[in-house]
Design a protein around this ligand. Structure first.
Ligand code: FAD
Length: 430
């Protein structure tokens, strides 16, 4: 174990105890370093709490794509659109949307695919190893997911996507309606077929993933403290000071910013201006259903996604969860209850008769940069400050690979992949 000078509070401070910060903190502590993990709230209660739990290794195409730009704009203000802009957030989001359109140009989209692919190549194995190392392998189920359709156009789109992904090594196979009904009798008769993606998976409780990582940190001598960081200052290359909301300060040799959708002001306090915003997403989670007989099967044994409805249903240990929608509404507008009603309608259409009594609802903040790549690496002008945020729709999927990369970088070693595409300075020319 490395010991810190008594004038410092920790060797490494990680800001943000979501899945990204907790994964990095746990890996750094396992490597023998004295780590303090800070969060304004409790561990894993940000976006990492209520996500779909999908280990989405098939998602190689950034949302900033020519298709999305062509197809979605006319729906942006419609109440039941899967991609929605809250009128009250129109002005603040405009610069982000302009960059999004810019990032969707074919050449930058192609660069985005290459950059996502570089992370996704090892993401599944890194996550599986991470969960095994923190004694949480039982939370992870690597039996793929289904992408189902209810119409001819849905079928064409789903098969075209599967074909487009195959050259990248994403394996899938078509499944007939009758095979789907056989395997999943609860699915609606309106479901006409699907594609089984073989190498994806899910976790049965995303929040439990975060708490397992935090427990592992404590086991390796790390500390967790509840406080809100207001500012980061890197005084020298050996010491960074954090100013806390309560007026206190903390000092560490190295600081890693992993504050998800809230990372923007922390990076700005060091002079890095990132166009980070949030794509809000919603879920409803059904209450556990009482077993009515010994032959009862859970409604689903793997996630079922609908590309037509832009939702995914995941069997969680606490009940079935339906997740979806992207809403541009910033960090402060209240949730829109019509989004929950929309998810309920999709749920009833795909799983008729699902019992929504006692279902819980939640909205969370995906941390998203306009090009849909995270920021990863050392802060270019502050060698003792490190950045890992902006994982958009893929933070859970990419937590293991992010933690492996950031552990190397924070310890001053070579990153296992080239980090230029994820540089915080990539937006500087704007
Ligand atoms: C509806 C929905 C569905 C999703 N589904 C999936 C999925 O199926 N698969 C997948 O891979 N990803 C999914 N995601 C994305 C994934 O949840 C996120 O990318 C991931 O949780 C981001 O993790 P994070 O640690 O960066 O952020 P967060 O989990 O938001 O954590 C950030 C933490 O930083 C803390 N913090 C913020 N500011 C400060 C401060 N100033 N001082 C101290 N602490 C601070 C917050 O309290 C918070 O705990 C989904 C997201 C949503 C919303």
């Amino acid at each position: 174990m490395t010991h810190v000078s008594h004038s410092l509070d920790a060797e490494v401070i990680v800001i943000g105890a979501g899945v990204i910060g907790a994964a990095c903190a746990s890996r750094l502590a396992q490597a023998g370093h004295e780590v303090m993990l800070l969060d304004a709230g409790e561990v894993g209660m940000g976006a990492s709490f209520g996500n779909a739990g999908h280990i989405a290794t098939e998602q190689l195409f950034p949302l900033a794509s020519p298709e999305v730009v062509r197809g979605s704009w006319r729906y942006l203000l419609a109440a039941d659109s899967p991609l929605r802009l809250r009128l009250g957030y129109l002005l603040p989001i405009l610069p982000w949307l302009a960059r999004f359109v810019w990032a969707a140009r074919p050449r930058s989209f192609a660069r985005g695919v290459a950059a996502l692919l570089a992370l996704q190549e090892s993401a599944r194995d890194d996550l599986a190893q991470l969960l095994e190392d923190v004694d949480a392998a039982q939370l992870l189920h690597l039996n793929g997911h289904m992408d189902v359709w209810e119409s001819e156009s849905g079928r064409n789109a789903a098969l075209a996507l599967a074909r487009r992904l195959r050259p990248y090594g994403i394996e899938s196979m078509p499944v007939s309606a009758s095979a789907l009904q056989e395997a999943t009798p609860a699915l609606s008769r309106g479901v006409q077929g699907g594609v089984h993606y073989l190498d994806s998976g899910h976790v049965e409780d995303p929040h439990a993933v975060c708490t397992a990582l935090a427990q592992d940190l404590l086991k390796h001598g790390g500390r967790i403290q509840q406080c809100r960081v207001e500012q980061v200052q890197a005084m020298t290359s050996h010491c960074a000071t954090l100013t806390l909301q309560d007026g206190g300060t903390l000092r560490a040799q190295r600081v890693l910013i992993c504050a998800g959708a809230w990372s923007k002001p922390l990076a700005a306090s060091l002079g890095y201006h990132v166009p980070l915003d949030t794509e809000r997403g919603y879920h409803i989670t059904l209450a556990p259903q009482p077993a009515s007989g010994s032959g009862d099967r859970p409604a689903l044994n793997r996630p079922v996604a609908s590309g037509e409805r832009k939702v995914i249903m995941t069997p969680m240990s606490m009940g079935l969860r339906m997740t979806g929608t992207v809403e541009f509404g910033g960090l402060h507008l209240p949730p829109d209850p019509r989004r929950y009603a929309l998810l309920q309608r999709h749920l009833q259409a795909l799983l008729p008769g699902a019992n929504t009594d006692g279902a819980s609802t939640w909205m969370g903040f995906r941390p998203s940069l306009p090009d849909h790549l995270p920021v990863l690496g050392v802060a270019p002008r502050h060698p003792n400050v490190f950045l890992a945020f902006g994982h958009q729709h893929l933070g859970l999927t990419l937590a293991g690979v992010t933690a492996r990369i950031m552990t190397e970088v924070v310890l001053g070693r070579r990153s296992p992949i080239e980090l230029a595409p994820y540089s915080v300075d990539r937006f500087a020319s704007w």
